[in-house]
Design a protein around this ligand. Structure first.
Ligand SMILES: Nc1ncnc2c1ncn2[C@@H]1O[C@H](COP(=O)(O)OP(=O)(O)OP(=O)(O)O)[C@@H](O)[C@H]1O
Ligand SMILES: [Mg+2]
Length: 355
């Protein structure tokens, strides 16, 4: 049995080459795969579109080829040495298999896998959102229960602080103590206010059509003196598309944007840029705040919406972003955060576009 007979198969194209690298025999499938007649093949070298040649006669080549004939045809090529009885090289064999269908299947599987991964990611995001909203709801309910009592206590503390301040202004040591009490009580009042904001139920009677562009402009104007006071050089730009109207509670939306902006300002140490943009598409309005600040670590990015999570020590309550999430959720919207450490952060608030 000759080598060709031995290797012949209806699927594979088989070509035998002599030591001069000329084809001395081939099967019909090889001629078919090369797009020529069998007798044109015998005696000639391999067609020129098969570019890889063995470095030596006993070299083995395995590669995938994309021939010019046949739409999107993909061939697998094996090329290796053939030995005689005395272990002497007698020529080479080339085996070509049409792997077009297999390749198509592989691409399809890859595509399906990609779709599945995307679906999985979306599912995970939805689960995280659900968990977040559940956590915020529980926290809100708890906060509503204690806010009243704490506020009463803080009212008494702050009222007495005012009285005491008037009585002993001449003792500087004592005055400093009283001012510390006042500051701590005000911080606590601020925490309670944020907790109440998180737990506030949706009140649609307060909802009006709000022009997010105009609201953004006024929030920026109100906040600018603040960072100028802190001696920060912040280059702020606003790209506001007209007609970006959402149905919502103006005070809440202002509060949400103020918190996002505050975080952006706090992320910038001395000098940086904040880009605010409000855009709409056919169904939603997207407000983005991009800062060139310190950015977030992976851990921070994961926990940014966790109530009381802060990297700012006693300077932060860690309730800012929880409040933002709660407000956006009450407006049937979504918050997304993209951040890279050392590069900056983009916070996007997406709301349904008002009809
Ligand atoms: N723009 C930002 N750049 C970098 N880190 C941010 C940004 N926004 C939020 N973070 C990180 O997320 C944490 C939580 O933010 P969040 O606003 O909830 O709390 P906070 O700013 O620390 O405190 P608070 O808002 O109550 O003053 C921050 O401590 C900070 O680490
Ligand atoms: Mg904050």
């Amino acid at each position: 049995m000759s080598a060709l007979e031995y290797l012949d198969s209806p699927e594979r194209g088989v070509v035998l080459l002599d030591l001069d690298y000329r084809i001395n025999s081939a099967n019909h499938r090889a001629a078919e795969l090369f797009g020529v007649k069998l007798d044109q093949l015998i005696g000639s070298p391999l067609p020129s579109w098969i570019k890889t040649r063995p470095k030596s006669l006993d070299d083995v080549i395995e590669e995938v080829l994309y021939p010019h004939f046949g739409p999107n045809t993909v061939l697998h090529r094996y090329s290796g040495p053939v030995y005689g009885l005395q272990n002497n090289l007698v020529g080479r064999v080339e085996i070509y298999s049409d792997i077009t269908a297999r390749r198509r299947l592989e691409t399809e599987i890859l595509e399906r896998n990609r779709e599945l991964a995307e679906l999985n990611k979306r599912l995970q995001e939805t689960q995280e959102e659900l968990l977040r909203s559940e956590r915020l709801r529980t926290l809100g309910e708890m906060a509503a229960g204690i806010a009243h009592d704490i506020n009463n206590a803080l009212g008494i503390v702050l009222g007495n602080v005012q009285l005491a301040k008037r009585r002993i202004p001449e003792d500087p040591e004592c005055l400093r103590c009283i001012e510390s009490i006042e500051m701590a009580a005000k911080d606590a009042a601020d925490t309670v206010r944020k907790l109440k904001e998180i737990g506030r139920p949706v009140d649609r009677s307060r909802y009006r059509p709000i022009d997010l562009g105009a609201l953004t402009e006024s929030v920026i104007a109100a906040m600018t003196p603040q960072w100028q006071e802190q001696d920060k050089q912040i280059d702020i730009t606003a790209d506001l598309q007209p007609g970006c109207t959402v149905e919502g509670d103006e005070a809440e939306l202002r509060e949400a944007l103020t918190n996002v902006m505050l975080n952006a300002v706090q992320a910038i140490n001395r000098q940086g840029a904040i880009k605010v943009a409000v855009h709409k598409n056919s169904s939603q309005v997207v407000l983005t705040v991009a800062d060139s600040g310190i950015g977030m670590s992976e851990e921070t990015k994961k926990r940014v919406f966790d109530p009381f999570f802060t990297t700012r020590g006693s300077a932060g309550t860690g309730l800012g972003m929880s409040m933002v999430a709660a407000i956006v959720m009450r407006h049937n919207g979504k918050v997304k955060v993209e951040s890279e450490q050392g590069k900056g952060t983009i916070v996007a608030l997406c709301f349904p576009l008002a009809e």
